[in-house]
Design a protein around this ligand. Structure first.
Ligand SMILES: C[S@@+](CC[C@H](N)C(=O)[O-])C[C@H]1O[C@@H](n2cnc3c(N)ncnc32)[C@H](O)[C@@H]1O
Length: 420
């Protein structure tokens, strides 16, 4: 029988999949070795992998003087994990021993156990003091360069600081948000979300089982609010899964049709509806082929997801910007199709969790030039700050905003109004 992997060994395997095979962490956390781990070990492996990726540049800087030539990726990842642990308070004896055991377990890397032992002992001596002085890790060039062009170097440094800090847990209340904030000891944010700094296990929080709230970043909670009063209206949530925005619309009294291409992700949407006791018509299908007439449409289009790096530090390392131009074409086609499904006078909120203007501001500018008469409505909901407003009339949210409060996801959103 194959040995059950430890959390550390599994973290090294996950790093290999993200950095070697370009897989997202969410995709890599599957398969027999993953399933064999106890839940606490899975949580530990996920946390270790995410923290190494968040601090990849720092790990490599600490390791560099101790490596004359680059070892194979597997060994390099063992060293990176060991370095992160040693530099953030891990006990040298346990960390070094387990790293040595991990390389010894594989015939191809057995011969490198001496190197791993020697390097990590040096890191244990001088790494922690260096670590504290290292700069905030930078985004990889494929993403940093376009973001610097769009937002300037200072803003991008602020985003990188936010990525390093990670994200608090934000909740959307099914009912009274201020009351929920008080009950959970959280902060009631100006835009209506509830923020918890030290949340622990989400499913153990009061009100989870009763569906009193759902997890949703404060920025992600804004697009549904931009649709205004939807009570009694026919609303299409065009790319709906796993359903955070569907729940908001249903809780606000809309007759929601939740549409998404992914059967698997729609399973999560159905679970979310069942947990919260909210109702929506659930349709699995292609948004570009969907037909109907709606008073309002929410189009949370598939995108690069570069606004979510605080919570997904694997993303800039797994992807190299591949596929973004196809996504930009799909977003434009979805806007055009959605406009054709709107009843006269209807409104469409377009949004993406992207930091790249081509997936945000530019989509709106181009939609306006393709559709004469189409207008952008000024978003007027609680908590919006003036510097979130962008010239074409949308809202640009960035991870470096609300820095003292704990940041927010990067998002773009705009309300398009179809003339009568
Ligand atoms: C940003 S996510 C949506 C998140 C969701 N609105 C929420 O708040 O939970 C984008 C979604 O678009 C879906 N999608 C991608 N291509 C699609 C298509 N052609 N038609 C419908 N849905 C599509 C993906 O399956 C994914 O669930």
């Amino acid at each position: 029988m194959a040995a059950i992997p430890t959390a550390r060994a599994q973290a090294v395997a996950l790093l290999g999949q993200v950095l070697g095979q370009g897989r997202l962490l969410s995709e890599a956390m599957s398969g027999p070795a993953w399933d064999a781990l106890a839940p606490a070990d899975r949580a530990a492996a996920q946390r270790m992998t995410a923290e190494v990726l968040r601090n990849l540049e720092r790990c490599d800087r600490v390791l560099k003087p101790h490596l004359r030539k680059g070892p194979p990726l597997f060994v390099r990842n063992v060293l990176r994990l060991g370095t992160w642990e040693l530099c953030t308070g891990g006990a040298a004896h346990g960390v070094v021993n387990e790293a040595v055991q991990t390389v010894s377990a594989d015939r191809k890397t057995q011969s490198m156990k001496g190197l791993v032992n020697a390097v990590l002992r040096k890191v244990a001596d001088d790494g922690p003091a260096q670590w504290a002085k290292l700069r905030v890790p930078r985004l990889p060039r494929w993403l940093r360069d376009p973001l610097v062009s769009a937002w300037g170097p200072q803003a991008v440094s602020g985003m990188e600081a936010a990525h390093l800090a990670g994200a608090p847990l934000d909740l959307t209340a099914r009912g009274d948000a201020a009351g929920l904030a008080e009950a959970l000891g959280g902060e009631f944010l100006p835009t209506g979300s509830v923020r918890l700094r030290e949340a622990g296990q989400v499913t153990a929080l009061p009100g989870y089982a009763d569906g009193d709230w759902w997890v949703q970043d404060a920025a992600a909670a804004l697009p549904a609010r931009l649709l205004g009063n939807v009570s009694g209206q026919r609303v299409l949530d065009m790319c709906a899964a796993p359903g955070g925005k569907t729940l908001q619309l249903a809780a606000a009294g809309a007759q929601v049709t939740a549409l998404d291409l992914s059967e698997a992700r729609m399973g999560r949407l159905r679970d979310n509806l069942a947990r919260t006791g909210l109702a929506a018509e659930v349709v699995v299908g292609d948004a570009l082929e969907h037909e109907g007439r709606y008073d309002a449409i929410l189009l949370d289009a598939p995108c690069s997801a570069t606004g979510t790096i605080r919570r997904h530090p694997d993303l800039p390392h797994a992807k190299q910007g591949d596929g973004i131009s196809e996504l930009i074409g799909l977003q434009a086609a979805m806007i055009d199709h959605a406009l054709g499904l709107l009843a006269p006078g209807g409104r469409l909120v377009f949004c993406t969790c992207s930091l790249i203007p081509d997936e945000g501001e530019c989509q709106i500018e181009e939609a306006l030039s393709r559709h004469p008469g189409l207008a952008v409505m000024r978003p007027e909901v609680a908590g919006i700050e003036d510097d979130w407003r962008s010239p074409e009339g949308g809202l640009r949210l960035r991870p470096d905003f609300w820095a003292a409060r704990g940041g927010m996801d990067g998002f773009y959103m705009a309300i398009l109004h179809q003339p009568e």
